[in-house]
Design a protein around this ligand. Structure first.
Ligand SMILES: NC(=O)c1ccc[n+]([C@@H]2O[C@H](COP(=O)([O-])OP(=O)(O)OC[C@H]3O[C@@H](n4cnc5c(N)ncnc54)[C@H](O)[C@@H]3O)[C@@H](O)[C@H]2O)c1
Ligand SMILES: O=C(O)[C@H]1O[C@H](OP(=O)(O)OP(=O)(O)OC[C@H]2O[C@@H](n3ccc(=O)[nH]c3=O)[C@H](O)[C@@H]2O)[C@H](O)[C@@H](O)[C@@H]1O
Length: 347
């Protein structure tokens, strides 16, 4: 029987699918084959780096390169424990694995709104396909859900028990409703088929390797400051977000996968900033000469967001270590390198 503590009080635990007989053979006992969907993306590629550090792991990445890039994984090309497959998760996949980190999904609003029907297919059909795979091979599966399941939250900070305030027919719905359905599917497979599931609700994450023109706020402000362009604060500028550095995020995801709790568990940094405060911090740290420019916002932008991370602390022994002021310079260095704009040192 699956032994997890479930985030759902009404769970009926079924016998879980049996993993491959190889897992019980002496030779294979301590080796894990791990699938990372969306592993060529920002968080996925950092996760792959961490998983590859463990010599007992074999890592298979599948990605359709919609927002990810092979470049993010190039240091692993040719490594005997690493494999990269161009594949779209809306199609079925046959691989033999023990764990699945299911990240595949465009995450930046401008990308997930670009083809909303594809975004919802990725979240629904893609997650169904990965659950079907997990069921066949008896793998444990972790879904990277999002703080966007709380919508424009009426409760602050957000606890996992909060059901959210989401517009089902808005321009963000392909993503936030898509992730809500993905969470539902995870729990249905857990209750109906005994699957070992893990759900992380990720709050805004930033760090090196984000696409320079990704469109998310931290990458926009850093690229703008380096290029000497105005920092575009979308109205009203008082909306808040909580920013988690990517190494903290990866540590949280691995702890969740390795632990005994299904989740959902919030993983994020509770430090909360208005977008105007973020712009002022980026300006101060990177380029005090750039102006801050107020621009129009897009519909349904959540007005406030901050995770309650009590569960992550208690159940995973996890909390973030890197503050925003510590993390921004690491990202600046990476962006300067990629943009070819070295830092000018005043002598
Ligand atoms: N970064 C954040 O702040 C954040 C916050 C909440 C949740 N998340 C979740 O974490 C995951 C990773 O986010 P990220 O910031 O690394 O985004 P990203 O866009 O950099 O990575 C997503 C990856 O998935 C791939 N992908 C997209 N659709 C696919 C498909 N149909 N088939 C195969 N691959 C596909 C992309 O090419 C990309 O490599 C996503 O599931 C996202 O929803 C991220
Ligand atoms: O953490 C999450 O759960 C979600 O957060 C983000 O969505 P969002 O918070 O809207 O991310 P951004 O596009 O970075 O916007 C954050 C805030 O910055 C503002 N913004 C954005 C871009 C910009 O140039 N200027 C600016 O002020 C937006 O209006 C918004 O209020 C991510 O894009 C999602 O992938 C993720 O699931």
């Amino acid at each position: 029987m699956a032994k997890e503590t479930s985030g759902d009080q009404h769970t009926i635990t079924r016998p879980r699918p049996i993993p491959s007989p190889l897992r019980f053979s002496k030779f294979f006992q301590s080796n894990l084959r791990i699938l990372v969907t969306g592993g060529a993306g920002f968080i996925g590629s950092h996760l792959v780096d961490k998983l590859m550090e463990n010599e007992k792991n074999e890592v298979i990445v599948v990605d359709n390169y919609f927002t990810g890039s092979k470049d993010n994984l190039k240091k692993w090309f040719g490594h005997p424990r690493f494999e990269l497959i161009r594949h779209d998760v809306t199609e079925t996949l046959l691989v033999e694995v023990d764990q699945i980190y299911h990240l595949a999904c465009p995450a930046s609003p401008i990308f997930y709104k670009y083809n909303p029907v594809k975004t919802i297919k990725t979240n629904v059909i893609g997650t169904l396909n990965m659950l079907g795979l997990a069921k066949r091979v008896g793998a444990r599966i972790l879904l990277t859900s999002t703080s966007e399941v709380y919508g424009d939250p009426l409760e602050h900070p957000q606890k996992e028990e909060y059901w959210g305030n989401v517009n089902p027919i808005g321009v963000r719905s392909c993503y936030d409703e898509g992730k809500r359905v993905a969470e539902t599917l995870m729990f249905d497979y857990h209750r109906q088929h005994g699957l070992e599931i893990r759900i992380a609700r990720i709050f805004n994450t930033y760090g090196p390797r984000m696409n320079i023109d990704d469109g998310r706020v931290v990458s926009n402000f850093i690229a703008q400051a380096i290029r000497g362009e105005p920092l575009t604060v979308q109205a009203p500028g008082t909306q808040t977000r909580s920013f988690c550095y990517v190494s903290d995020m990866v540590d949280g995801l691995i702890r969740l996968m390795e632990g005994d709790n299904t989740g959902p568990i919030n993983i994020g940094n509770p430090g909360e900033f208005t977008m105007t405060e973020l712009a002022e911090t980026v300006k101060e740290l990177i380029n005090p000469a750039v102006p801050i420019k107020n621009v129009e916002n897009t519909p349904d932008d959540p007005r406030q967001r901050k995770p309650n991370i009590t569960k992550a602390k208690e159940l995973l022994g996890w909390e973030p270590k890197i503050t925003l002021r510590e993390g921004l310079p690491f990202m600046e260095e990476d962006f300067r390198q990629r943009l070819g704009v070295p830092k000018q040192h005043v002598t």
